[in-house]
Design a protein around this ligand. Structure first.
Ligand code: SF4
Length: 465
């Protein structure tokens, strides 16, 4: 829960000054974007798949109530217990109650951004239940006492050396920055936890209305351990995770792994249809599905931003965003960072709480170009900026500057005159051959020197043809 307005600018300034962090972000995001590009280039029908995915998501979101009810009915018939939570705290309370009823003092968790939204670990710890993150990235950030900085790669902000130091400090092992050794150490701890845990908690990548199936897409096998070893499994999903038909997975499975990690397919695709049946040898005895709204219905009602509900959480828009690449996920102040976070955080938490986020973008459009479900992210950010201005959430000085700029751009005479005025001011105030020093602006970049003649003058005088 956000307790006050998100201070993106302040956090971004701090993170920009952290050289290690910038290097970690640069290395990780450039690696991901290279892998994605290679994987996508090998699929000639990529654009057709994106259009198909967009159409399927549109159908699902346009008929959301209908598909959710069908999913609930199918999942219930398969033996699941379905709980509808309007708020994140209701969802967390339900999970805590199930843990209490089952007498579980230890739960193992697979990666779930919905559980971050619910602040589930805090709620469980408050009830003396120990949550253990079993995804390696989540395990690292839990050990560090941090939150994930990326949708699919929670510890992307850390280097191997930093992780080695963390393991040595918290787990008492000899320092090593060898990924294999670090993974082996984490695995040894986690195997024990899987065996002891009374409850496994996971997210959901897709919920199929037609069959009531839950689909989990993972790379480490921890999701499968969480869903098969403990006696009770609790799956957490936002209302937007529903898709109409089982056959739709054909499209999403091709898009998701390639967009996220550059893989053709993730190592594990787990499809669950209810809890263990009498004839089956493994699987949980009880399967609870928590369906969370937490502001998504409001998003659904907004024609300009409702397509944000099409998101399949691949993380591609984060990896290519020039802002995310430099400031990292923790600058965004809530669970979802990057361009998609800058759209959904103001919508789910209120624009007054997140007014700086729509401005955390260069509007280059790269996010929209890579999105596998064709979400028009940068135009949504532009619309949210307008919404912040209309709500008088930007500073008075900024509003005056924009009004002056708009008035100047509408009047050619005034525009030409202001160009000449600017050039004269520059001659008087700026050092020779250099740009003006403009308060705030020049603190982080150069103000380009104004030319003596405008493009219009050069054109009229025949210097351009
Ligand atoms: S908005 Fe698109 S690119 Fe970004 S995480 Fe969601 S699906 Fe991926």
């Amino acid at each position: 829960m956000i307790t006050g307005p998100i201070k993106f600018k302040e956090a971004a300034r701090r993170n920009l000054a952290a050289q290690d962090l910038r290097e970690n972000l640069r290395r990780a995001t450039s690696h991901s974007t290279t892998l994605r590009l290679k994987a996508v280039s090998a699929v000639p029908e990529w654009e057709d798949l994106r259009s198909e995915a967009h159409a399927i998501k549109k159908e699902a979101i346009d008929h959301l109530a209908e598909y959710l009810e069908r999913f609930e009915s199918q999942a219930t018939e398969a033996g699941c217990k379905v709980y509808w939570a309007e708020t994140a705290s209701q969802a967390a309370e339900y999970v805590v109650n199930v843990c209490r009823q089952k007498g579980a003092s230890l739960v193992v968790k697979a990666k779930s951004m919905t559980s971050e939204e619910m602040e589930l670990n805090t709620a469980l710890e408050g009830a003396s239940i120990q949550p253990v993150e079993t995804d390696l990235g989540e395990f690292i950030v839990q050990l560090a006492g941090e939150t994930p900085s990326h949708i699919t790669a929670p510890a992307l902000h850390k280097s191997r050396t930093q992780i080695g130091k963390l393991f040595s400090e918290k787990l008492g092992m000899n320092f090593s920055d060898d990924p294999k050794e670090l993974t082996r150490a984490a695995r040894a701890i986690l195997r024990e936890k899987f065996m002891d845990a009374g409850i496994g908690i996971t997210g959901v990548n897709f919920a199929v209305a037609e069959t009531g199936s839950l689909v989990l897409i993972t790379n480490e096998g921890n999701g499968r351990m969480c869903t098969t070893l403990p006696r009770t499994h609790i799956a957490l999903m936002g209302i937007e995770k529903v898709i109409p038909r089982f056959d739709d997975l054909r499209v999403f499975l091709k898009l998701l792994a390639r967009s996220s990690t550059g893989q053709k397919l993730t190592s594990y695709v787990t499809i669950l249809n209810g809890p263990r049946e009498a004839r089956e040898t493994d699987g949980p005895e009880e399967l609870h599905v928590v369906i969370l709204d937490n502001g998504r219905s409001q998003l659904l009602a907004h024609p300009h931003t409702r397509e944000a509900l099409y998101c399949i959480r691949c993380g591609a828009c984060l990896n290519v965003c020039p802002v995310y690449q430099r400031v990292g996920g923790h600058s965004y102040g809530w669970v979802y960072p990057g361009p998609i976070g800058s759209v959904i955080t103001p919508e789910l938490q209120g624009i007054s709480q997140a007014q700086e986020l729509p401005f955390a973008s260069s509007l280059c459009g790269h996010c929209s170009a890579v999105c596998p479900v064709k979400i028009d992210l940068h135009h949504m950010l532009l619309w949210l900026r307008k919404s912040a201005v209309d709500s008088a959430l930007t500073s008075r000085g900024e509003r005056w500057i924009i009004k002056l700029f708009a008035a100047t751009m509408k009047r050619p005479g005034l525009y030409r005159w202001s160009g000449m005025l600017g050039w004269m001011v520059q001659r008087i105030l700026a050092p020779r051959g250099k740009g003006l020093r403009v308060p705030c602006w020049s603190a982080g970049r150069d103000f380009p020197p104004l030319p003596k003649k405008s493009f219009h003058q050069l054109w009229e005088e025949g210097e351009i043809n």
